[in-house]
Design a protein around this ligand. Structure first.
Ligand code: F6R
Length: 240
């Protein structure tokens, strides 16, 4: 694992964005694994700006998102599909037909899981972007998820629902279930980039980098991946 610590979030996000621009320009057909949540927003803003300034094109880029809530109405602003459109896809030249987010329609979850896994099995993710949950989850692979897991349905931990409730009117509105790529799907990406900022991530970051590799801290599995770069601010790095 390569660890990069930045004094400011602005410097952190500029560095990650520059890396993406460089890599996409070198391979304009690349497949990106994307994440939602607060962490990637500033990266997406930097990428939108780079696109608007003519520094990069996403025309031939393909993408796969990590996860999606189950059971939110299709027009709810917090579905990860709508999040991705609002935060990135609507502002760049990516072809929406090439953008894949698991389908969280509660009436057809088994079919969605199979369809997503089939697509992943036929793709090769070049760079998988990850945030990390305060409990060490990656994607929605909560503590205790098997390292050999594939796309599956999960029951969200209470801590995750509490963490994510800031984006909903109340915790009761936060879905109880989600669909997520599995840990082995994430590990199959050629390269992984993890971003973490803030003190509330410091314990999880410590476990990911220095803890025992253990299913109770899903992100610790990344110690077994050949190419991981972790971008941290000083708060997230404070327990290292
Ligand atoms: C999002 C995802 C999650 C988040 C994690 C951190 O697609 O898979 O693992 O990366 O919950 O969320 P934030 O960035 O909101 O702190």
């Amino acid at each position: 694992m390569e660890i990069k610590v930045f004094d400011s979030k602005a410097a952190l996000y500029e560095s990650v964005a520059n890396y993406y621009v460089e890599r996409i320009n070198a391979n304009p057909n690349m497949t990106l694994g994307l994440a939602t949540g607060t962490t990637p927003i500033a990266l997406y803003q930097n990428l939108i700006e780079a696109y608007k300034n003519g520094k990069v094109s996403f025309k031939n880029v393909k993408s796969f998102n990590l996860d999606e809530y189950i059971g939110l109405p299709k027009d709810h602003k917090e579905t990860y599909f709508n999040f991705m459109r609002a935060q990135l896809f609507n502002h760049i030249d990516i072809d929406l037909n090439n953008c894949h987010v698991p389908n969280g329609d509660a009436s057809m979850i088994e079919a969605s899981i199979k369809a997503y896994q089939d697509m992943l099995d036929n793709a090769k993710i070049d760079i998988q972007l990850l945030g990390i949950g305060s409990n060490g989850h990656i994607g929605f692979n909560e503590p205790g998820t098997l390292f050999d897991s594939k796309t599956h349905k999960v029951v969200l931990k209470e801590q995750t629902r509490i963490d994510n409730s800031r984006l909903f009117n109340s915790i009761d509105e936060v879905p109880t279930h989600a669909i997520t790529m599995g840990i082995s799907d994430i590990m199959e990406a050629k390269e992984v980039i993890v971003i973490a900022t803030g003190k509330n991530k410091a314990d999880a970051v410590f476990g990911m980098i220095k803890g025992q590799i253990n299913e109770e801290l899903p992100a610790s599995v990344l110690q077994n991946h050949a190419k991981v770069t972790v971008y941290l601010d000083t708060d997230a790095a404070s327990k290292l």
